[in-house]
Design a protein around this ligand. Structure first.
Ligand code: DAH
Length: 340
């Protein structure tokens, strides 16, 4: 009896029907009045009482398997019938697409910034979001215990203090200088993370674009002219820029870049806090120490770098007052950036 059960089980598992008549044929073969499974239930009556328990369970399982397979195949062929009997006219033109997706505003701004720099010879590059301490901090003149580390609250990966979620795209600079010979002229957009409380003005994840230009004779004047070119293409031809002295560990000298407020044209409004200026990025001449850390001969080469937050620029461009909107995926917000 055991072998018989096994062989019917095997037959059920490999059985596949060509049409619904064949399904019915097998239903009768297995479960009909004189079907194989039904007959086994007859044999069961003659089995020794101490074996009834074991075989009873097996037989029930066999019956269920057969029934399940039949049901499944029956349904399958019924569905096919419904499909082919419906009166669809396949030659009709497709119905027009009435709603198309929108590009995310961060994506739009990232592309716009990238395009402007690509037009003046910058290549596009990318780093990694999970970074080691060297590339995110130490090579950038920010050794452990350096007070500048406090400026950027860091997420560490698991409990390894050597591995971080990058806090800045400046880390890409290090990879680029380690792996390429000057001239290097590239921009690197990407996501960064900081352990900050989420509010309307700050988030624990955001995006930056990093710029780097290393060559012989690169000067601060080149930096200023490049940034003016960018500001006027992005914010309008009348835009002015101003550079205020600042500090970053990896640049010397360093500056903060302001653009004249594109909302009030410099006359003063709530967005620019009545100053007429909007701060948009940090920049500076790459510190010779950083060049050396990355294997670039600081006696021969100089360079500039800059970094800006994409959300900040997008908020100014689209007059968005809450950074959280960029991460909530609320379609009422996103569909406003519908492309044509
Ligand atoms: N990494 C800086 C930040 O996240 C921004 C920055 C400042 C980047 C000056 C630079 C730079 O390349 O030169 O605040």
């Amino acid at each position: 009896m055991k072998e018989k059960i096994e062989s019917i089980l095997q037959e059920i598992s490999i059985f596949s029907a060509q049409n619904k008549e064949q399904v019915e044929e097998y239903r009768i073969k297995w479960l009909g009045k004189k079907g194989d499974v039904t007959l086994l239930f007859e044999d069961f009556k003659t089995i020794a009482p101490d074996q009834k328990r074991e075989f009873g369970a097996k037989l029930n399982e066999l019956k269920n398997k057969a029934q399940e397979k039949i049901n499944y195949l029956k349904e399958h062929f019924e569905n096919i019938e419904v499909d082919s009997s419906s009166t669809k006219d396949l030659s009709l033109p497709a119905s027009p697409i009435t709603s198309i997706g929108a590009q995310h505003p961060i994506h739009l701004v990232k592309n716009e910034i990238s395009k402007i720099f690509e037009d003046i010879g910058f290549t596009l590059s990318e780093g990694r979001e999970i970074e080691d301490d060297w590339h995110n901090f130490s090579a950038l003149n920010t050794p452990e215990d350096h007070p500048a580390r406090d400026m950027q609250d860091t997420f560490y990966v698991q409990t390894n203090p050597e591995i971080v979620l990058r806090t800045q795209t400046s880390s890409v600079q290090v990879h680029l200088m380690e792996n390429n010979k000057p001239p290097i002229r590239t921009i690197s957009p990407g996501r960064v993370y900081r352990n900050e409380t989420v509010s309307a003005r700050s988030h624990c994840q955001f995006h930056q674009v990093e710029g780097l230009y290393i060559d012989t004779n690169v000067s601060f004047a080149d930096l200023k002219q490049t940034l003016l070119y960018f500001a006027q293409r992005f914010f309008g031809a009348e835009t002015k820029i101003r550079l205020r002295p600042s500090f970053f560990p990896f640049t010397e000298p360093s500056a903060e870049v302001d653009v004249s407020c594109s909302i009030c044209n410099g006359s003063g409004c709530t967005i620019c806090k009545h100053s007429g200026w909007l701060e948009i990025m940090g920049c500076g001449m790459v510190d010779p120490q950083v060049l050396g850390n990355c294997g670039i001969d600081a006696a021969k080469y100089t360079g500039f770098a800059f970094g800006m937050g994409i959300e900040r620029i997008a908020m100014l461009k689209y007059k968005v007052t809450d950074i959280r909107l960029f991460f909530e995926n609320d379609v009422r917000f996103l569909k406003q950036f519908q492309s044509a």
